[in-house]
Design a protein around this ligand. Structure first.
Ligand code: ZN
Length: 348
């Protein structure tokens, strides 16, 4: 019987994670604690963990931590609308054969979550990284993700400190499932922490060059709310409404007025969601319309270092910095090297 850890007990898992990290820091052997069957499924098909993930940035984060000790299959193909994606029924077979599914949760991948719930093998589990990473009181609800619909903005991974939380949760969970390799996962987590630290420093250095009052985002797809909160940016609007329809003409007129009043030099569309409306707003407000942001579609191609969570972050934040009049040299010079490459396969 599969259970979603995200709803079953985030505090329990976090407490175990903290215990595990502390034990490691003291050189103790604190890895034996079981987690109600975690690890039992390992070994049924050899000694490698079988992992399923959902969106590509999560796949990349998991790949960085799991390294060469697991086989990873991503379920949500890049370049699709991950918020509405429905896996083919054939994915059920994959889900019935994995030890663990790492997903975002917070309502992002409901059809995949439901398919997993129905098909996971005994002892296999779902781990909802977004649900575990952030306490409910810190959830952000906004125009595209209104509170009354009960689903917070799910885009935690575009905020580096929260992406690091994802990595910490994955490392703790993998160590519990596969105690023999606990040191390996801990080492990968430490290396990933270094990567996030370097990215964070380059982001702050680049953002500091954006003229005062211009660290503002009008986006089409609302994927940067937690980032904005942590890095002192202001989301002045996101025009994709919760049902993925276009805004009304009245909303559009109001947004044009707002863009003019805010004095931003650019507004941002998303590569996966072409938006003639945002293009129109840019034209009428006479600001640049930059339509290349990505929230879960990684740059470059499989096998390239840029085809990773880190590459995605660098791409988006270089794009924002330069379009808003800043100098992104620090980010451009950041070396994009992952702890481990993403070699995940996707079912067709
Ligand atoms: Zn999204």
């Amino acid at each position: 019987m599969a259970r979603a850890l995200g709803s079953a007990g985030p505090r329990v898992l976090l407490a175990l994670l903290v215990t595990w990290l502390l034990a490691g820091a003291c050189g103790g052997a604190g890895d034996e604690q079981g987690r109600g069957g975690a690890g039992d499924t390992r070994g049924t098909d050899g000694d490698r963990l079988a992992i399923a993930t959902t969106v590509a940035p999560i796949t990349s984060i998991v790949a960085n931590i799991a390294g060469d000790r697991a086989d990873i299959t991503g379920i949500v193909p890049e370049g699709t609308n991950s918020h509405t994606f429905e896996p083919r029924p054939s994915v059920a077979e994959l889900l019935s054969s994995v030890d663990v599914v790492y997903l975002n949760g917070l309502g992002l991948e409901e059809p995949t979550r439901e398919l997993a719930e129905a098909n996971l093998a005994d002892g296999a589990e779902m781990v909802e990284l977004g649900t575990l990473a952030l306490p409910e009181e810190e959830h952000i609800y906004d125009f595209s993700f209104p509170r009354e619909e009960g689903r917070p903005n799910p885009h935690l991974w575009t905020d580096p400190p929260l992406a690091l939380r994802y990595a910490e949760i994955v490392a703790g969970d993998l160590a519990a499932r596969d105690p023999d390799d606990a040191e390996y996962y801990r080492g990968n987590l430490e290396a990933f922490e270094g990567i996030v630290g370097g990215l964070d420093a380059a982001m702050r250095q680049s953002f500091a060059t954006i003229p005062d009052g211009q660290r503002k985002l009008l986006t089409y797809h609302d994927a940067y709310a937690y980032f904005a909160r942590d890095y002192g940016w202001e989301v002045i609007g996101a025009i994709q409404v919760s049902d993925f329809e276009d805004p009304t003409p009245k909303d559009v007129a109001a947004l044009i007025g707002q863009v003019e009043a805010e004095g931003v030099p650019a507004i941002f569309g998303s590569e996966v969601f072409p938006s003639p409306v945002l293009e129109q707003i840019g034209r009428e407000a006479e600001v640049a319309y930059v339509d290349v942001l990505r929230d879960d579609d990684l740059p470059a191609g499989p096998g390239d270092a840029e085809h990773s969570w880190l590459g995605l972050m660098r791409f988006d934040y270089v794009t924002m910095t330069e379009a808003l009049g800043g100098d992104a040299t620090a980010l451009r010079e950041l070396r994009v090297a992952n702890v481990a490459p993403d070699e995940a396969e996707y079912p067709q």
